[in-house]
Design a protein around this ligand. Structure first.
Ligand code: HEM
Length: 142
């Protein structure tokens, strides 16, 4: 089957549906989504159609993309390996279905958001240590 360009909402839905079906069948991530986060797919998928529609076409996603990940991170620490796997599945899903500028944009956007997300989650799981080389000045004590 020839690959096509991402042109409309149906294409976005197909991408998102295929991605989450791959995620659910994935040895690493399937367990997190289904058993730990217990995702309600009927609620989650339409949000993701809007999210990706907004990033690629003209959707109207208005949610907070970061929030649910803080919740999941409390149930299971979201280490880099999970984010990397997520991106790997996203990239292979996009390339299995689509080609062209929007397809590359979908990968590019996912990468940047994933980087920011992983960074924020990492700061929680592995807070930076104080640098003991720098003297801490307490203004109340002279
Ligand atoms: C380790 C990787 C990831 C895991 C385990 C994960 C897991 C989840 C879970 C469990 C939810 C909540 C679903 C629900 O019950 O409603 C969620 C929501 C969401 N995720 Fe992820 N996610 C990951 C990475 C990403 C990345 C990289 C992106 C963006 C590129 C992303 C975008 C979103 C968005 C937009 C929502 C919906 C937010 C809202 O409620 O409006 N996720 N994710």
């Amino acid at each position: 089957m020839a690959l096509k360009e991402i042109e409309n909402r149906d294409d976005v839905q197909k991408l998102v549906d295929t991605f989450y079906s791959n995620v659910q069948n994935d040895k690493v991530l399937g367990y997190i989504f289904n058993d730990i986060a217990k995702v309600d797919w009927e609620r989650h998928l339409p949000k993701m159609y809007n999210f990706w529609d907004s990033l690629l076409l003209e959707g109207t996603y208005t949610g907070n993309a970061m929030q649910p990940h803080f919740r999941v991170n409390k149930l299971i620490p979201l280490e880099d390996a999970y984010f990397n796997r997520w991106l790997e599945i996203w990239e292979s899903t996009v390339h299995s279905l689509f080609t062209g500028e929007k397809a590359e944009l979908a990968i590019y956007r996912a990468k940047s958001i994933k980087e920011v997300m992983a960074f924020k989650i990492n700061r929680i799981n592995h807070p930076p240590q104080h640098n003991t080389d720098i003297p801490i000045v307490n203004p109340d004590k002279h």
